[in-house]
Write a protein that binds this ligand. Structure first.
Ligand SMILES: O=C(O)COP(=O)(O)O
Ligand SMILES: [Mg+2]
Length: 222
């Protein structure tokens, strides 16, 4: 067997490893309701995901005319409070996620999560789902400091360092992921089944997969 080409793989969370839009959508709708806004329809919640919770709520509020800063901040706090209590109600790994993580572990590959979610939420959800221990590190949108979340490369670079510093490939579903990985000089695979903010083939990734069960062969042929 030839050696696997990557020492580590970095994963985006929402829309790549986990289907999380129902819980995120419920949190946004909780805040929208408190602000007197209409809820976001369930099948539109996924369009708001990618830049973290604040951007998600801001997009939903702006679609309905926007809010002054202090009122927005109040709703944002309410949203975070709700999500803290309800972040893994409906959220699940995509069906081949666990098998794929197993298959990578069998090959000696280290795995990292690099998400724009707050690190604490990511840890909570992965712990509830029994997956937290599989990752060498979990880096959130707040881990590297203000303004350093994806699409900045810092979190990908830090994840690669924490995984030993060897070659890391990155897998993500949005332009935030592709830009962060590119800027960190990591090959990147786009998850077409996720919450892509552009048509998957236009994200600028090295390759596109329709399901996580294609990941290992995609990594071997990058
Ligand atoms: O919650 C978000 O908006 C983004 O999260 P992700 O970086 O894991 O996709
Ligand atoms: Mg994502």
């Amino acid at each position: 067997m030839t050696a696997f080409p990557f020492q580590s793989v970095g994963f985006d969370l929402d829309g790549t490893l986990l289907e999380t839009h129902r819980d995120l959508g419920a949190a946004v709708n909780h805040a929208l309701k408190l602000g007197g806004f209409d809820p976001v329809p369930a099948d539109h919640a996924s369009d708001l995901i990618g830049g973290g919770a604040k951007i998600m709520l801001a997009r939903a509020v702006d679609q309905q005319g926007g809010l002054p800063e202090d009122e927005f901040r109040r709703l944002y706090k309410q949203m975070l409070g709700y999500y803290a209590e309800n972040n893994a109600v409906h959220s699940r790994p995509y069906p081949p996620a666990v098998e794929t993580l197993d298959a990578l572990a069998e090959r000696g590959v280290k795995m990292a999560v690099v998400t724009n979610k707050f690190e604490g939420f990511a840890r909570d959800i992965l712990t509830t789902l029994g997956l937290a221990d599989r990752f060498e590190t979990i880096i959130g949108g707040d881990t590297m400091g203000k303004g350093r979340a994806k699409p900045e490369p810092d979190a990908v670079i830090e994840a690669r360092k924490r995984c030993g510093g060897g070659p890391m490939a990155f897998v993500g579903d949005s332009s935030y992921d592709v830009r962060a990985a590119r800027a960190a000089d990591a090959p990147v695979i786009a998850a077409a089944y996720g919450y892509c903010d552009k048509p998957p083939h236009e994200l600028g990734a090295d390759t596109v997969i329709e399901s996580l069960d294609r990941l290992i062969s995609a990594l071997e042929t990058l």
